[in-house]
Write a protein that binds this ligand. Structure first.
Ligand code: NAP
Ligand code: ZN
Ligand code: ZN
Length: 346
């Protein structure tokens, strides 16, 4: 199927219009016309090959909201016209222990990323949601609550699940004390979700102008981290810290803000290695863990939770022509708090 989108042709050229073929509808497939796609900072890392794993051309986009156009003959769960979502991956082995337990995101043979992987034939590149349509195996298609604004739902498919999953994993609940590092696309969803679980939330940020928003989003406190002595005032305070920062930064100071046995959960994927002093962990038996998006059952659980609690992303809508400017503004932290592309304009 001829598809229109935007692609990066190399790490240092702007994204530009690009036409490509999607596979035709298989028996288990859902054909989706894409309405909206969020711009995740991972798209920028990827399009600019900052993680050293990009093949070009690269059509980014893994925060996809659309409507079902057609379904293959083995698809019963989805009907034409239904609102659906697609997140960061579109296939996995389905046989390993991770896949069998609904943790497809930790597939032991590696899942098929929505973009930047090869399709089941092993040679056709996967292209993402900066496009007008996509064909996806039914297992990787999600139901999206109809009561939420569809454009504002797009970021739930990555920013939402990437913050929901580790917060749940850490047992964040009523009365937990949680800090969120970095108030961007992921960070603002982390604040909304942790607050919806009943946690007391602090935002740790380098940007003073974000204070009022942080409180509006549900944070109880906002601390500027680039002020001398700011973190030492928070020593031994948090059960969990969710670190969403996209570039190299200090984690040893924040680790000192954890209670004994507290956990710093890294989701931000700095291309540069972070420095970790053993003493930051030894004193207080603290932990650092990483977390990668979330499995399909948990992603559906997150979407249902958001539907029930009226939670969606704070977005700025843009057009295909606006993608390159949106990248620059995201890099400057100048977005409240996620760009979403109107994909009906491709
Ligand atoms: P974003 O919207 O650009 O937000 C990142 C925030 O980090 C910024 O708003 C800023 O917050 C802070 N920040 C940025 N550069 C910084 C620096 N040099 N020093 C200190 N703070 C800095 O990005 P995003 O879309 O939320 O993504 C964040 C990171 O998560 C990216 O690396 C992305 O690739 C990664 N990610 C990981 C997963 C996963 O599964 N683990 C999934 C999606 C994304 P303040 O202005 O408040 O300080
Ligand atoms: Zn993402
Ligand atoms: Zn697997």
């Amino acid at each position: 199927m001829q598809t229109r989108g935007y692609a990066a042709q190399s790490a240092n050229t702007p994204l530009a219009p690009f036409q490509f073929e999607r596979r035709s509808l298989g028996d288990r497939d859902v054909q989706i016309s894409i309405d909206f796609c969020g711009i995740c900072h991972s798209d920028i890392h990827f399009a600019r090959n900052e993680w050293g794993m990009t093949t070009f051309p690269c059509v980014p986009g893994h925060e996809i909201i659309g409507r079902v156009e057609k379904t293959g003959k083995d698809v019963k769960k989805f009907k034409p016209g239904q609102r659906v979502g697609v997140g960061c991956f579109v296939n996995s082995c389905r046989k390993c222990a991770s896949c069998k337990s609904g943790n497809e995101n930790y597939c032991e043979t590696g899942f098929t990323m929505t973009y930047g992987s090869f399709d089941t034939d092993g040679k056709t590149p996967t292209f993402g949601g900066y496009s007008n349509q996509i064909v996806v195996d039914k297992h990787f298609v999600l139901n999206v609550p109809e009561n939420l604004d569809p454009a504002a739902c797009a970021p739930l498919l990555c920013a939402g699940i990437t913050t929901y999953s580790p917060l749940r994993h850490a047992g964040v609940t009523k009365g937990s004390r949680v800090a969120v590092m970095g108030l961007g696309g992921l960070g603002h969803m982390a604040v909304k979700l942790a607050a919806s679980f009943g946690a007391e939330v602090t935002v740790l940020s380098r940007s003073p102008e974000k204070k009022a928003d942080a409180i509006k989003l549900g944070a109880h406190e906002f601390v500027l981290t680039n002020v001398e002595g700011a973190l030492s005032k928070l020593a031994n305070r948090y059960d969990a810290i969710l670190d969403t920062i996209s570039a190299k930064h200090d984690i040893n100071g924040p680790l000192g803000c954890l209670k004994r046995d507290g956990t710093l959960m890294l989701v931000g994927a700095s291309p540069e290695t972070l420095d970790l002093s053993p003493f930051s962990l030894i004193f207080g038996r603290r932990k650092v863990i990483g977390s990668l998006v979330g499995g399909i059952p948990e992603t559906q659980e997150m979407l249902d939770h958001c539907g029930a609690h009226n939670i969606a992303s704070d977005i700025e809508l843009t057009t295909p022509e606006g993608i390159n400017e949106a990248y620059e503004r995201t890099l400057k932290g100048d977005v409240k708090y996620r760009f979403v592309i109107d994909c009906t304009k491709f």
